[in-house]
Design a protein around this ligand. Structure first.
Ligand code: ADE
Ligand code: ZN
Length: 339
């Protein structure tokens, strides 16, 4: 890839809309926090941990990811994890981040909901001093029951003024959105935004279910939507944002090769695709690494990159006035940098 495109990506104002905080847990921080908590890690070094990150599918990754999250215990741990992510992406030109957390991963092992959420929210507030605004999205684990999700939603009640939305993540195959209709109805009634992972490993049918049964505002991943022309038409007509994660797709074998990644085709089809990192500590890079990888493999142009940056703000849950300001910043950047 042309070096000037890498420079263009680096300074491009952008939002990140698909990021699991537990997936930003870098091995070095994992060792530091494990030491602080006198917890054991079955590895000798950060390099050894990274060497173990070879996955053949989503479940392979999730097994390691949930185990690593077990090191996080105190409010300070959740705060430090979140602040490290915000510091890292401030340097990537991220102006706004809508981040996921998985409370059930922690409450199931006795960590209070308030410890997790309080630590994350304290860091998100501090992030504003770094020039990064944020919104927090509570993800329900779809390998657990809807009833378990309801218990978590009840715990979240006192925090709902600080939680922008709910999502659905974890093992997709065998856990369709249709299993969570009542839970998402309750979240919608509470005034929350709704997102769901769909069409990552699961079929286009799961994307239909997320749209028609859960009434989501955004689809996380959505790759398999391209299998169904009627679905593509619907997503394009409604301009539903897809939070696409190229390096994640490569590491989890959703695509065989970055040159075959569907991102460019999504843009050509008029879909509101965005570029995101998913779990950057596990998949080899933060948001700009993802932009660079797809740009190099698919020959994206400056116009494509500007469209992706605009899509990231248009697909966000920011209010219209803030969207307008961010879109103007993208346009000013593009004009000042030769596109
Ligand atoms: N949790 C963290 N990353 C995920 C992904 N890519 N898909 C589903 N659940 C996840
Ligand atoms: Zn994800």
């Amino acid at each position: 890839m042309d070096d000037s495109l890498a420079v263009f990506i680096a300074g491009l104002p952008k939002a990140e809309l698909h990021l699991h905080l537990e997936g930003s847990f870098e091995p070095e921080q994992m060792f530091a926090i494990a030491r602080r908590n006198k917890a054991n890690i079955p590895f000798k070094s950060a390099e050894e941990v990274r060497a173990a990150y070879r996955f053949s599918n989503l479940q392979d990754f999730l097994d390691i990811y949930y185990r690593a999250a077990g090191v996080l215990r105190s409010e300070e741990d959740f705060h430090d994890l979140t602040l490290a992510y915000l510091k890292r992406v401030a340097a990537d030109g991220v102006r706004h981040a809508e981040v996921f957390f998985d409370p059930q991963t922690h409450t199931a092992r006795g960590i209070p909901f308030a410890t997790v959420t309080g630590g994350i929210l304290r860091a998100l507030n501090e992030g504003q001093n770094l020039g990064v605004t944020s919104k927090l999205i509570l993800c329900f684990l779809r390998h657990l029951s809807e009833e378990d999700g309801f218990a978590t939603f009840k715990e979240a009640e006192p925090w709902l003024d600080q939680i922008a939305g709910v999502g659905l993540d974890s093992s997709e195959l065998g856990h369709p959105p249709s299993q969570f209709v009542r839970l998402f109805d309750a979240a919608r009634t509470a005034g929350l935004k709704l997102v769901a992972h769909a069409g990552e490993e699961g079929p286009a049918e799961y994307v239909w279910e997320a749209l028609d049964l859960l009434h989501v505002d955004r689809i996380d991943h959505g790759n398999r939507s391209l299998d169904d022309p009627r679905l593509v038409e619907r997503l394009a007509a409604e301009q539903t944002a897809l939070t696409v994660c190229p390096l994640s797709n490569l590491k989890l074998c959703v695509v065989k090769d970055m040159a075959r990644h569907p991102l460019k085709r999504m843009l050509e089809l008029g879909l509101r695709a965005t570029v995101n990192s998913d779990d950057p500590a596990y998949f080899g890079g933060y948001v700009n690494d993802n932009f660079q990888a797809v740009t190099a493999a698919l020959g994206l142009t400056r116009a494509d990159l500007v469209a992706l940056a605009k899509n990231s703000f248009l697909g966000s849950f920011l209010d219209d006035a803030k969207k307008v300001r961010h879109l103007a910043a993208v346009e000013a950047y593009a004009a000042a940098n030769g596109s």
